[in-house]
Design a binder for this molecule. Structure first.
Ligand code: CA
Length: 230
């Protein structure tokens, strides 16, 4: 089912530009102009993510965000603020308001889409089962720990994310670029070489013979594959 994204924005031109770009990515979009009925509309439509303008005609976005956070239906929905002024940023991310992220206008559609994807991905992970058992691997998402048999691995956060990706996507070859996109998201300053470094570290932890891996194999001229562990 396509993910739903609500745009709460009174500038029609900006709203339809965002709508166009998100719809092209396959999202289902609804534009709300940000008046007193907006909270109710949001509660009825139950979007997966809310883009929220700060300067709205009848109430400000901060006030609306507070109400969203108090709502039983919407309470945990990610809210990404669209702000016109960078000095609003501290308030957006403050505990009192409870926004998850912000974009300062003007922003590029590409950047917006990247942020939206990152937040939706995080939501998906939260809703997946906490314990995952695949072959000898046991992955505890809450504790962010992985065991091989009874042996706990000592992984960095990135290594955990990478191993989690491999364990949940076995048997398929991924290029370095695909792995970067899936695991590192839109972080900057990472190169395909980064993937190699992390794969090597993972092998040292999970493989009996890191130079002749049983699980995390190299697909020559392409990337890596996690062999079915079951
Ligand atoms: Ca506005």
């Amino acid at each position: 089912m396509p993910k739903r994204i609500a745009i709460v924005e009174d500038e029609a031109e900006l709203a339809s530009l965002i709508d166009y770009n998100l719809s092209r990515q396959g999202y289902q979009v609804q534009i709300l102009c940000g008046n007193r009925g907006t909270l109710k509309s949001l509660e009825q439509w139950k979007p997966d993510l809310i883009l929220l303008d700060v300067m709205l005609p009848e109430m400000d976005g901060f006030e609306l965000c507070r109400l969203i956070r108090q709502s039983a239906v919407l309470g945990r929905t990610p809210v990404l603020f669209l702000t016109a002024r960078s000095d609003e940023v501290d308030r957006v991310l403050g505990l009192e308001i409870g926004g998850d992220d912000y974009m300062t206008k003007p922003f590029s559609p590409r950047e917006l889409i990247a942020r939206v994807k990152a937040h939706l991905r995080r939501e998906d992970m939260d809703s997946e089962p906490v314990m995952l058992e695949i072959g000898p691997f046991r992955l505890d998402r809450n504790g962010r720990k992985v065991y091989v048999g009874e042996r706990p691995l000592s992984l960095t956060s990135t290594e955990f994310n990478l191993l989690e990706f491999f364990l949940t996507h076995p048997g398929r070859a991924y290029s370095r670029d695909q792995l970067l996109e899936a695991v590192w998201g839109e972080q900057r300053f990472v190169t395909p070489r980064t993937v190699d470094v992390h794969v090597r570290r993972l092998r040292e932890q999970i493989e009996e013979h890191p130079d002749a891996p049983r699980y995390l194999t190299t697909v020559r001229g392409y990337g890596y594959r996690f062999e079915d562990a079951v």
